[in-house]
Write a protein that binds this ligand. Structure first.
Ligand code: SAM
Length: 266
């Protein structure tokens, strides 16, 4: 099977980049330096892998599809240069790379892009930045500000921990097979100093999930089981507000109140 007759596997979200101009623009955005510790998620047929290999001393790639991993291995001349992990990126412990300045890149499988982002957030302390091609609609949600219909769980959880920057849009025809959605390149840079102190991540996860479970509900009603109205008011938040009108820092305040309530009960 050569790479031209390989049939893309839908279950692995395979849409291969073939537009050389887009590939060049992605490389320019990453701007890889020779000594850097770069990990590519989902190298596929190597659209980004080969140009990356021309720029760095060593490249780690994580590919779930064993056929594609084998093809990549066969096509590579300098075997010491490329380390291939035939694994699911969702099961990778990024701390095991033992570096604190990882640069993670990839044209991600769109069907599991959100779980991958949340998985990577757990390792933010060892990540310098992440540059990903994602579905445009997902990037819009990642970057959305309060007051927008696209503002929600993804915006808050990512913006609390990272600087999120939408870089440029990519048309479907840049890929084979052609996806039925537009794409956007996005950069996430974990913040070295978080602007607001969070007591625990789990409290934030619960408060954000519940607040947006029904967007039309007021915060008072959405969080009824978790925080009483007087606690919300004493935290300086108007209980009549809807989740989409609260800022990221308001969710941190509510999560800290909830943490306090939980730890008092335990
Ligand atoms: N980087 C290639 C390109 O730009 O042409 C391929 C991109 S394709 C959208 C996504 C790639 O991620 C595929 O190679 C697919 O097999 C791989 N993949 C899918 N799920 C994965 C997972 N859970 N862990 C690692 N790789 C995965």
């Amino acid at each position: 099977m050569n790479s031209n007759n390989y049939r893309a596997r839908k279950r692995f979200g395979q849409n291969f980049l073939h537009d050389q101009d887009i590939i060049r623009r992605i490389l320019d955005s990453i701007n890889p330096q020779g000594h850097e510790h770069i990990i590519e998620i989902g190298p596929g047929k190597g659209a980004l892998t080969f140009p990356l290999l021309n720029r760095v001393k060593k490249l780690n790639v994580i590919e779930i599809d064993k056929d594609l991993a084998a093809k990549l291995r066969n096509n590579i001349e300098d075997k010491d240069h490329l380390v291939i992990y035939e694994k699911d990126a969702l099961n990778i412990d990024f701390n095991s790379f033992k570096y604190t300045d990882l640069r993670i890149v990839g044209n991600l499988p769109y069907n599991i892009s959100t779980p991958i982002l949340f998985h990577l957030l757990k390792y933010r302390e060892c990540i310098k930045d992440m540059t990903f091609m994602l579905q445009k609609e997902v990037v819009e949600r990642m970057c959305a500000n309060s007051g927008s219909k696209k503002y929600g769980r993804l915006s808050i959880m990512l913006q609390y921990y990272c600087d999120v920057e939408s870089l440029f849009d990519v048309e479907p025809k840049a890929f084979i097979p052609i996806p039925n959605v537009e794409s956007t390149l996005v950069r996430l840079t974990p913040l070295s100093h978080l602007k607001h102190k969070l007591s625990d991540h789990e409290s934030l996860r619960i408060i954000v999930r519940e607040s947006f479970s029904q967007r039309r509900k007021t915060i008072r009603n959405a969080l009824r089981k978790y925080l009483d109205e007087s606690t919300i008011i004493s935290a300086g938040i108007e209980p009549e507000n809807r989740a989409e009108n609260l800022e990221v820092c308001d969710f941190i305040t509510l999560a800290n109140c909830y943490h306090h309530v939980r730890t008092k009960i335990l």
